[in-house]
Design a protein around this ligand. Sequence first.
Ligand SMILES: Nc1ncnc2c1ncn2[C@@H]1O[C@H](COP(=O)(O)OP(=O)(O)OP(=O)(O)O)[C@@H](O)[C@H]1O
Ligand SMILES: [Mg+2]
Length: 314
Amino acid sequence: MDKSKKKKYAIKVKDLYKIYMIGTNKVRALNGVDFAIEKGTFCCIVGTSGSGKSTLLNMMAGLEPPTKGEIIIAGEHMERKNEAQLVNFRQAHVGFIFQSYNLLPNMTAIENIALPLTFQGMDKAKRIKKAKKALKMVGLQEFGNHRPGQMSGGQQQRVGIARALVVNPEIIFADEPTGNLDSNTTLDVLKLIKKIVAENKQTVVMVTHDNNLASYGDMIIHIKDGKITEIEQNRQVNEDLDNVELGGTLDIPSEMSDEAALSAQPAEPQPVSAEQDTASDQESSKGQQVLGNVTVPSYEGYHPGTSGNDPGSA
Ligand SMILES: Nc1ncnc2c1ncn2[C@@H]1O[C@H](COP(=O)(O)OP(=O)(O)OP(=O)(O)O)[C@@H](O)[C@H]1O
Ligand SMILES: [Mg+2]
């Protein structure tokens, strides 16, 4: 069968500029940016502070108009929409995960997650049902009635993820979603985002200043002074995830990948029998270990065996 792979793009950005005027000074926050993100990609945008990451993300999400250029999402031009059209578009296609969680403090986890559904005019019983399902996806079914103040940072971020997922968006934008978390919890949250979107064939664009975290991406866009300096395609190592049947179980128990990561630590040179590993374990680049279907970047401060949110038996 001649299956010439037809690429489907979730996002296309063409010749994008954002120039701010500060007095008579021009700040080129984005200075001619071009790229396309295939559907189902976990894309990381990485760069130092002030490089233009948030500007780019906000523009893709239709939160800010570009000075010049095109942004095509789900086949529609963002830069041609008016404010009301953008609001509708975001409600229908886009989810957000924020660094600061942005949960409403007086609402329970369930209520926070259900909130985006109220904007869709969904009735309450249905909203609660969907919110519970999303909460389960992030492994917090026990915490439905907790308010944000009664949860850890990692748990709050999981609620934030569930809230982004509840509307089943095609695209999820995340700006430093793990910026307030410790390194263990950061990895838990990243793996969770990656696993869920792979299962649902969603596209994620995540901004980070951390190269280690960016190495989780199928695609890594490096940005500096408003320009792209490099685009890495890391997808090869994650192909297996894409090939999993939709609706089939993608079995990545977090304990297993943590254990696997532990055995992957280079500190103790342990004899590893190649036969143990599956064929997909061969690819390894830039400190990444490919374990079964999961790419685990080596990450300083990561101590496998402790699950970020688990207070243990204190
Ligand atoms: N509203 C604005 N007015 C003027 N300049 C702005 C505005 N927003 C951003 N900039 C400038 O544009 C550049 C890119 O900013 P941006 O917020 O996109 O950076 P960033 O990569 O997200 O940085 P950080 O990692 O610190 O969040 C910076 O030089 C910033 O000062
Ligand atoms: Mg930023």
